[in-house]
Write a protein that binds this ligand. Structure first.
Ligand code: ACO
Length: 332
């Protein structure tokens, strides 16, 4: 794309995590596990957990306010608000509308986007398409989850992994060479049962039996997910770099979905990246699904890990199944 061409530029980021911390030692008092097992197999030492009174929209709104402030954009300037999440406040209406009201984003359209851990990258792609039209100037993309309320706290194979939180980014129409360079997205619904919550929707509405059978909680085929995540995240990363006309050597910072430290390390090493090129915060936050990448991005920004002109590569894999990657030239 030529200099001066219209691009979707990330103008500001924000994030919010619950105050409640749950350590591996806390979990070891609840299920048959140990700090040693969790740390070695996942890299997670603690995660943030919302209180009974805290819905997903609380963290999403806090993250969004920070992103607006960082971008120097008011809520009234927003044309579109996308909330990527699989843990809504309630089935009806969309949580995006609840956040839109809390922000006072009176001129914004708002909708939820369910693409699991890849949700933020799907959101970036949607924002980019809207910003290609001159009618849209500012789009807010949020990734937010309160997974702790969908986790079976008696199931040691899943409860050790997940955490709560929210991240957000304001994207505005800007000019090349900055902004979103390329995106690649995929889905395979034939593997929906790798990570799913069977009941509580229209297929198995809530009943005494679904509650007694614990079917409102996350079920996951961890091993199968692990292998596919590594392969897919590497493939999407290479695909998106090729689309952007870049090589792995051009990556300044790699921000992968924080699913499992071993997945992050495996993908980073397959791409030939050094440890200092890979952003990792999983030890403190766990796997926060759609919030994972925007929380990590905001932390990277606030730590001064990104400078104008840097190439940032994002990649994610999650329920759906969905997976994808985006390459962004920071700045502008
Ligand atoms: N503590 C102690 N032992 C445990 C625990 C635990 N918390 N969990 C499982 N084990 C045991 C198992 O029962 C098994 O015991 P066995 O050998 O006697 O049967 C043993 O540990 C090994 O279990 P595995 O499942 O093979 O362990 P693995 O090394 O694969 O790690 C894990 C499991 C961490 C879940 C890993 O598979 C993983 O991270 N998978 C990917 C998860 C992911 O990325 N999900 C996608 C995103 S989530 C979303 O989209 C919402």
């Amino acid at each position: 794309m030529s200099e001066g061409a219209r691009r979707a530029v990330i103008r500001g980021t924000g994030s919010s995590l619950p105050e409640g911390v749950m350590s591996n030692a806390d979990l070891a008092r609840m299920v048959d596990t140990s700090d040693e097992w969790i740390t070695t197999r996942t890299g997670i030492r603690e995660r943030r957990v919302a209180s009974a009174e805290e819905p997903m929209s609380k963290f999403a709104t806090l993250a969004a306010r920070q992103a607006l402030e960082a971008a120097g954009v008011t809520a009234a300037d927003l044309d579109l608000l996308i909330c990527a999440s699989v843990t809504p406040d309630m089935p009806i209406p969309s949580t995006a509308c609840i956040i839109q009201d809390q922000l006072g984003a009176a001129n914004a359209a708002a909708f939820d986007l369910a693409a699991g851990c890849t949700g933020f990258l799907y959101g970036l792609a949607v924002a980019e398409r809207f910003l290609a039209s001159p009618q849209y100037r500012n789009v807010l993309v949020i990734g937010a989850e309160v997974l702790s309320k969908y986790v079976d706290w008696t199931d040691r194979t899943t409860c050790v992994l997940f955490g709560d939180g929210a991240g957000a980014a304001v994207l505005s129409a800007g000019e090349a060479p900055y902004g979103v360079l390329a995106t690649a997205l995929r889905a395979d619904g034939s593997l929906a049962d790798y990570i799913h919550v069977p009941a509580g929707g229209t297929r198995e509405p809530a009943s005494e039996k679904t509650i007694a059978d614990r079917r409102h909680y996350i079920k996951m085929k961890g091993n199968e997910t692990f292998k596919m995540a590594v392969r897919s995240m590497e493939e999407m990363s290479r695909d998106v770099l090729q689309k952007a006309g870049l090589a792995t050597g051009d990556i300044d910072l790699f921000i992968p979905h924080q699913a499992n430290r071993r997945i992050i390390d495996a993908v980073g090493s397959r791409l030939g990246l050094r440890e200092d090129q890979v952003f990792v915060n999983i030890e403190r936050v766990g796997n926060t699904a759609a919030a994972s990448i925007p929380v990590a991005l905001d932390e990277a920004v606030r730590q001064g890990r990104l400078k104008s002109g840097d190439v940032v590569l994002f990649t994610a894999f999650g329920t759906g199944l969905t997976w994808g990657a985006s390459a962004v030239r920071w700045g502008g």
